[in-house]
Design a protein around this ligand. Structure first.
Ligand code: NDP
Length: 323
């Protein structure tokens, strides 16, 4: 089968299309024939070596398709079932062997591309808005990169929970998309000082939570946007890693909370995974959560897809399809 492999970490050119043996499902695993794989910023961190993986590895942590076979001791899934998953490496490929407990059944009425587009970014937006800092009516949230894949979903979920949402984006076109998703205020943080704008928009009070996936270029000012006892939820580093932080800063700026969450810890048990995925896929099926699939690439075009995502040139989801 074809797979996109990394033998040495680096730029998009290290992504190689290779012919490799199809995996055999081990105990507790299912073999998934992949119909669509998600392209995520996380894949770029793996490719750069910012997230460690033993070399060589097959890229990709999200896919939807059909169960082709099951290994020993798998109960609950059978060949032919339509499934979606996120977590284990190996999704930029024609097939992947995945721990069966990570699989979620795709509801009727949702196709594989939609399921692959919803899973990782949808469950991320879900845990951020419902668990890490559970938003409530009366809260104001600052969402950076509000027109990105996670951003557009997080804005919608924050509105579902009754919060006021301030989004940041880098272009007018992205501002329109963030507003369409429900953002009450949108700041172009490449033109305006977002800290000053947030102070102005909140009458100097600050926000209860900042969801910051940009990292290096936003972190310090994000702290300054918080109301006393506010939460800085640093969940990504699209602009680069944040340097070490002196915890004393959290005291000086108003008894703040800082957390650096990751999806795996918020889908750590089958019950939590299925509850979160059930909400996300259910809302998509019911038309309550709008997905934006920006572009679909062939598997062999993985490097081009990642280049585009890293260039800030995208809004919403990018997918890879094995032809
Ligand atoms: P996005 O579609 O959001 O793309 C990243 C966006 O970040 C860009 O479009 C851009 O928006 C913004 N950005 C700001 N500065 C830069 C920069 N220097 N280089 C590139 N982009 C920049 O990607 P995803 O939805 O896939 O992921 C969003 C973030 O969420 C990532 O940081 C990712 O790591 C994180 N994430 C974290 C998870 C977790 O559990 N912790 C799970 C899933 C994703 P703009 O042009 O508007 O500035």
């Amino acid at each position: 089968m074809k797979a996109i492999r990394v033998h040495a970490t680096g730029g998009p050119e290290v992504l190689r299309v290779e012919e490799v043996p199809a995996p055999t499902p081990a105990r507790g695993e299912a073999l998934v024939k992949i119909e669509a794989a998600g392209v995520n910023f996380t894949d770029i961190y793996y490719r750069l070596g910012w997230t460690k993986a033993a070399l060589p590895f097959t890229v990709g942590v999200e896919a939807a398709g059909t169960v082709a076979a099951v290994g020993p001791e798998v109960t609950g899934f059978e060949p032919g079932e339509r499934v979606v998953y996120t977590g284990p490496l190996g999704a930029y490929a024609e097939q992947a062997a995945v721990p069966a407990w990570r699989l979620v059944r795709v509801p009727r009425g949702i196709d594989a591309r939609t399921a692959a587009a919803a899973m990782l970014q949808g469950m991320t937006a879900h845990y951020l808005s419902h668990s890490t800092y559970p938003l409530k009516a009366g809260d104001t949230a600052l969402v950076h990169a509000a027109a990105g894949g996670v951003g557009l979903l997080l804005v919608q979920m924050a509105k579902m929970r009754g919060a006021r949402v301030i989004g940041t984006v880098s272009t007018e076109a992205k501002a329109r998309l963030a507003r369409d998703a429900g953002a009450d205020e949108v700041i172009d943080y490449t033109q305006a000082d977002f800290e000053a704008e947030v102070r102005r928009l909140t009458g100097g009070r600050g926000v209860q939570v900042v969801y910051d996936s940009v990292g290096k270029t936003t972190f310090d000012k994000s702290l300054n946007c918080l109301a006393p006892r506010g939460y800085l939820v640093l969940f990504g580093q699209a602009s680069g890693p944040v340097p070490p932080v002196d915890p004393q800063v959290l005291n000086q700026k108003g008894s703040l909370f800082l957390t650096r969450p990751t999806l795996g810890n918020y889908t750590a048990t089958p019950d939590e995974l299925n509850a979160r995925a059930g909400d996300v896929l259910g809302w998509v099926a019911a038309g309550r959560l709008r997905l934006r699939i920006e572009r679909t690439f062939r598997l062999a075009e993985a490097a081009e897809a990642q280049r585009l995502l890293a260039s800030r040139g995208t809004t919403g989801k990018l997918l890879l399809v094995p032809s």
